[in-house]
Design a protein around this ligand. Structure first.
Ligand code: APR
Length: 243
């Protein structure tokens, strides 16, 4: 079972949805969360990425997201992001639903992207909701309208997912006959429920099998780096397209 098998599945599919996680961005220099080099190995997410930390540990919360936003500036989409954008253009992928908050799929040219966990590129006031500039957050500003705390539009632990992105993804997953899950441990609810909501074929591309991913009945598992495996699939597909 190789990239060639996945290329065949893509050719035979009428509607393919891709679900990505932090492992999709590590080859762009952004650490993931739960692998041996992941952020949560050294940082407690409850202290820096939860509604409680926003309320009670704002300085640590702000510092954590300032660090992530600043680090993002030097990160560019890698070949895997570009290949998925190309697949969309060729009518081979109908939606990229991502847990990532880095907007690298959009930077790579993907148009139909559902941000299931929001993003850290845009900022709002926690109290009045008014949008603010990234620089204002990086410069320790408060809300210019109500003096409230500024925060990225990321979904924090304890918050619900954005309804539009969730419902659009659910709809697409129900319609899909192929779901390709890339670079996620599938540890985080409710996104980790989505693959099993599909009636289609399920494919998993990840550097390792995780304790959770082992519970899924994938039709195909490709262990390795997302960028390299997608490059192999791209090669196997040649100039095949559906548009
Ligand atoms: N190619 C393929 N897989 C990779 C790569 C790569 N280049 N790099 C890392 N991986 C794998 C890791 O082995 C790990 O199993 O990607 C997985 C990433 O899992 P997590 O770090 O748990 O990230 P994710 O599943 O996206 O986390 C979900 O948790 O912390 C919250 O909100 C955060 O959106 C995030 C959510």
């Amino acid at each position: 079972m190789t990239a060639e098998t996945l290329a065949h599945l893509i050719k035979d599919s009428n509607r393919t949805v891709v679900l990505t996680g932090a492992g999709m961005s590590t080859e762009s220099g952004i650490p993931d969360f739960r692998s041996s080099t992941g952020l949560w190995q050294n940082i407690d997410p409850r202290i820096v990425a939860s509604t409680e930390s926003l309320q009670k540990n704002y300085e640590q919360f702000r510092e954590f997201y300032q660090m992530r936003i600043t680090a993002l500036v030097n990160c560019k989409p890698h070949q895997g992001h570009l290949i998925l954008a190309d697949f969309e253009k060729r009518g081979l992928v109908s939606l990229i639903a991502t847990q990532n908050v880095d907007q690298l799929h959009q930077q790579a040219g993907s148009k139909n992207v559902a941000e299931l966990h929001g993003n850290i590129v845009s900022i709002r006031c926690q109290k009045c909701g008014k949008p603010h500039g990234k620089e204002q957050f990086l410069n320790y500003s408060i809300c210019t309208y109500c003096s409230g705390k500024l925060r990225p539009n990321v979904v924090l632990f304890g918050e619900t997912l954005p309804t539009e992105a969730w419902e659009r993804t659910l709809h697409e997953i129900h319609e899909a006959d192929l779901v390709i899950v890339i670079g996620t441990s599938l540890e985080v609810y409710p996104v980790n429920q989505m693959p099993s909501m599909s009636k289609g074929k399920l494919v998993y591309i990840n550097r390792e099998q995780t304790s959770t991913s082992l519970h899924y009945s994938f039709d195909l598992v490709l262990e390795g780096s997302a960028g390299e495996i997608l490059a192999d699939v791209h090669r196997e597909l040649g100039d095949f397209k559906k548009l």
